[in-house]
Design a protein around this ligand. Structure first.
Ligand code: TYM
Length: 341
């Protein structure tokens, strides 16, 4: 590992993002978020955290929390995140987050929170546990981001609305109390935000739903092959250059993430001239997925077994995050007029 830096260099653009510890990380998390984290650590001041408080809105049972937090940390590091370069920390270790969350709650309205897509989805999924934390989920997420006065937030497409809400809360705060925060933007290197589709042609890859249609960074080679081979296809196009049905387009999309361009061109040509054999295409995709996932899985397993190291990572990350949080909260309290001495 490189030389340790005691503090993050000043003056760089700030980046912040988070992942909930609610299950195994999958290809969607990787290509929507973590791949960008790894690239951004080179040139930005980065804060990446495990959103354990957010996970309580849907997973009140905390028996597996520690194990899941360790898993997310290990998988992030195995993907190339360097804890000496970025602040890699746990959300609950930074108490300033909850203070800022409280202030922001006074600027967030029930009507807009109830209209949030993720809230409506969760209400459908867990009608017996529609808690206030669920309703104010985007407020807590905004607190995470602006606690470091971050400008760029690397996330997948599903987080677009949360970022739009964050900008609204920021603008309200700045308008009412004075300019403290920059407007945060969702970020993906040079492209549109990404949505990695599930293998069954319906929806996206997810930590807790449709597990057989999601490829996890912890899946072993056989499981990867089995899942890919089960992906939905049909008997193939009958006319040259026909449009691709969504579930076929998804297979091409997944191929574009992990396969080389000669392979992609071959299958695109085969599709366009109606000679495509989906069995061969899926076999190729499965092998390319195995090549991609195996080194990450093996590295993550080794890191996960080193609890002492993970503890050090969390402590070091929290220290860096607290420093930035403290500076922001001084500005916030002052702007709010909460300084009476
Ligand atoms: P979470 O844990 O659901 O997902 C973590 C990251 O993975 C991205 N992602 C995907 N990207 C592309 N395709 C998919 N199928 C896919 N599935 C997930 C998500 O967009 C996300 O970037 N609310 C956040 C956690 C959070 C956060 C934050 C994010 C808490 N505080 C502050 C950014 C900034 C969430 O639930 O992510």
């Amino acid at each position: 590992m490189g030389k340790k830096r005691a503090t993050l260099p000043a003056g760089r653009q700030v980046v912040m993002s988070g992942i909930r510890p609610t299950g195994f990380l999958h290809l969607g998390n990787y290509f929507g978020a973590v791949r960008n984290y790894v690239r951004m650590q080179e040139e930005f001041e980065c804060y990446f955290m495990v959103a354990d408080l957010h996970s309580l809105t849907t997973h009140p049972d905390t028996k597996e929390l520690k194990q899941n937090v360790h898993r997310v940390l290990s998988e992030n590091i195995a993907c190339g995140l360097d804890p000496d370069r970025v602040a890699l920390y746990c959300q609950s270790h930074i108490h300033e987050t909850t203070e800022l969350y409280l202030y922001l709650n006074m600027l967030a309205y029930k009507g807009e929170l109830e209209k949030t897509t993720t809230f409506k989805e969760k209400v459908r999924q867990q009608p017996d546990n529609v808690n206030a934390g669920l309703l104010t989920y985007p407020v807590l997420q905004t607190a995470d981001i602006i606690l470091h006065r971050a400008k760029y937030v690397p996330v997948g497409k599903d987080q677009e609305q949360h970022l739009e809400m964050a900008r609204n809360f920021v603008n309200r705060f700045n308008h009412r109390y004075g300019e403290v925060f920059p407007e945060p933007q969702a970020f993906n290197f040079g492209e549109e935000l990404i949505k990695v589709p599930s293998l069954d042609g319906a929806g996206k890859m997810s930590k807790s739903e449709n597990q057989y249609a999601t490829l996890y960074l912890s899946d072993d080679d056989e499981l990867i092959r089995k899942k890919v081979m089960k992906a939905k296809t049909d008997s193939g196009p009958e006319k040259t250059n026909s449009p691709r049905p969504d579930y076929i387009q998804n297979i091409f999309l997944l191929m574009r993430l992990v396969s080389n361009s000669a392979i992609i061109t071959k299958f695109e040509t085969d599709y366009n001239n109606c000679s495509i054999r989906y069995g061969d295409m899926k076999k190729q995709l499965a092998e390319d997925m195995v090549q991609f996932i195996t080194p990450i899985r093996e590295k993550a397993e080794a890191i996960r077994n080193d609890e002492k190291y993970l503890r050090e990572v969390m402590e070091k990350g929290a220290e860096k995050a607290r420093k930035s949080a403290k500076a922001t909260m001084e500005l916030v309290r002052k702007a709010l007029g909460l300084n009476y001495f």
